[in-house]
Design a protein around this ligand. Structure first.
Ligand code: G
Ligand code: G
Ligand code: NA
Length: 259
């Protein structure tokens, strides 16, 4: 109930912020895109745990208002970052909860994108298996409409569910994000674990490429992981080794320093 209060107050007092984490090309570590990550900044308590906020917000339904707020903020920040040298072709990935795929969503997205003069081709909609498994025809209609409009779809946390493969061909998925638990395991001290994890990651990558999907490794933390992932042909990486999720003002400074 306390978090619920913080969410309501946060929506009213504008405590929500879209942090951004760059996603890099594995070859040269240049920035390919950004993922927007929700942060609720309480003036006294600091940043409240995002995963818990999402959980509570999905229970109460406030996730729809939070999601819209994050989308607006993320697109505004992205429009500004896009004006920096070398950032013109980057993409912006936004996380969507299953509840957000309401019939109004495509129109709302289109309005925000046109207000900031951002092409829908530069937007990636991140969904989890929960969305794919939702057999609600309305959800599928909305996702298909967003795709027709030009946005791409990324499947998040790949490998953590139990039926990924059976659902993947029912939706126009363009990007597969391999869950960080697999990335962590490729250098497990138990050699049997690391060997199997490497085979898994390699197989997911091969399969994804055969389906014309781009592959992102999530949660890359060490040079060792990065080197192993590069030999597997993974396209993009995301993780603390490259960039942490950052407040957009901070990220602007980081990127300006790169130029
Ligand atoms: O941001 P991490 O930094 O802690 O995020 C925790 C979890 O919350 C992740 O699984 C992430 O996908 C999810 N998440 C982060 N931001 C958003 C958001 O804006 N919307 C939704 N639906 N999930 C988000
Ligand atoms: O949406 P997704 O489930 O991919 O959410 C990404 C989550 O992973 C966020 O909570 C983000 O803060 C976190 N994250 C991003 N990079 C790293 C990393 O290198 N290590 C760890 N442990 N977490 C990361
Ligand atoms: Na995500």
């Amino acid at each position: 109930a306390e978090l619920e209060n913080h969410i309501e107050t946060g929506l009213g007092e504008d405590w929500f912020e879209a942090y951004l984490q760059p996603v890099v090309n594995m070859d040269d570590r240049s920035i390919a895109g950004f993922e927007a990550l929700m942060r609720l900044h309480h003036p006294q308590k600091g940043i409240l745990p995002p995963a818990r906020i999402i959980e509570v917000a999905e229970e109460t339904g406030s996730i729809i208002r939070i999601g819209n707020r994050i989308m607006e903020k993320a697109i505004a920040h992205f429009a500004r970052l896009s004006r920096l040298d070398g950032m013109q072709d980057t993409y912006l990935a936004i996380n969507f909860s299953p509840l957000q795929f309401e019939p109004e969503l495509p129109m709302l997205m289109a309005a925000v994108l046109s207000r900031h003069d951002i092409s829908p081709r530069r937007i990636v909609v991140e969904i989890t298996e929960a969305v794919l498994m939702d057999d609600n025809p309305e959800t599928r209609m909305v996702i298909n409409e967003i795709c027709r409009y030009g946005c791409r779809i990324a499947l998040d946390d790949f490998g953590t569910g139990y039926s990924s493969l059976s659902y993947i061909n029912r939706f126009p998925v363009d990007i597969i994000k391999i869950d960080q638990s697999f990335i962590r395991a490729i250098n497990d001290t138990v050699s049997d674990v690391s060997a199997k994890s490497r085979m898994l990651v390699e197989s997911i990558t091969t399969l994804s490429h055969k389906m014309n999907c781009t592959v992102i490794a999530e949660g890359v933390e060490t040079e060792e992981e990065c080197a192993t992932l590069r030999t597997m042909g993974i396209d993009y990486g995301q993780g603390y080794l490259f960039y942490r999720p950052q407040h957009p003002d901070n990220l602007s400074k980081t990127l300006a320093a790169l130029q």
